[in-house]
Design a protein around this ligand. Structure first.
Ligand code: HEC
Length: 166
């Protein structure tokens, strides 16, 4: 009887282990999305820093068709999960309970310059995490110009709306 009880106990323990592992994986993948900007570890030779800083100075790279295409692609990867494909703040993360961001089509956000959008990507804002560790400077400009284009497009078609699935 004792043996059976301990076997059952062991089985329960092992089952518990399995569940634990699955949960940790789920949490870990969420953290990848929400990881805040991490400073360089001490001792890192900051070789590209000046160049990176210069790359953030306005006016940034020329918004060529290639840059805009890259911006759209990167926006869909990094921003649309919350902001939605058309920037209305209706991305899939929001539908799962994350605080909804304001629509890019609100008057105040329409007034943002590409430089200010680059700043938000670099430093985050309020509940939004910074994306400096995942989006290099040129792509920040590309995304910022794409956001400006979304805002212009919306002015032409105010009723258009899509769900924000990347
Ligand atoms: C995890 C969800 C999430 C992601 C991903 C995200 N944002 Fe945000 N964003 C927010 C939230 C929430 C706010 C509102 C922040 C606040 O005011 O507290 C916001 C605000 C903003 C604003 C408005 C800032 C202002 O002046 O009020 C801009 C611009 C912006 N985000 C751009 C971006 C860009 C570009 C990306 C992609 C690189 C991005 N966001 C990715 C959640 C997100």
């Amino acid at each position: 009887m004792r043996l059976i009880l301990s076997l059952v106990g062991l089985g329960l323990l092992l089952a518990a282990c399995d569940t634990g592992t699955e949960e940790r994986n789920a949490v870990a993948s969420t953290r990848t999305v929400q990881r805040p900007y991490q400073a360089l570890p001490p001792g890192t030779v900051a070789r590209g820093t000046a160049a990176r800083q210069a790359a953030l100075e306005p006016p940034g790279p020329e918004p060529t068709p290639q840059l805009l295409a890259r911006g759209e692609e990167r926006f869909r990867v990094f921003c649309s999960p919350c902001h939605g494909i058309s920037g209305r703040g209706d991305g899939t993360v929001v539908s799962r309970g994350f605080a909804p961001p304001p629509s890019y089509h609100e008057e105040r956000l329409r007034g943002l310059t590409p430089e200010q959008i680059v700043q938000v990507i670099t430093h985050g804002k309020g509940r939004m995490f910074p994306y400096a560790d995942r989006v290099p400077p040129e792509e920040r400009w590309a995304i910022a110009h794409h956001v400006k284009r979304l805002q212009e497009r919306d002015a032409d078609a105010p009723e258009a709306s899509e769900a924000g699935t990347p």
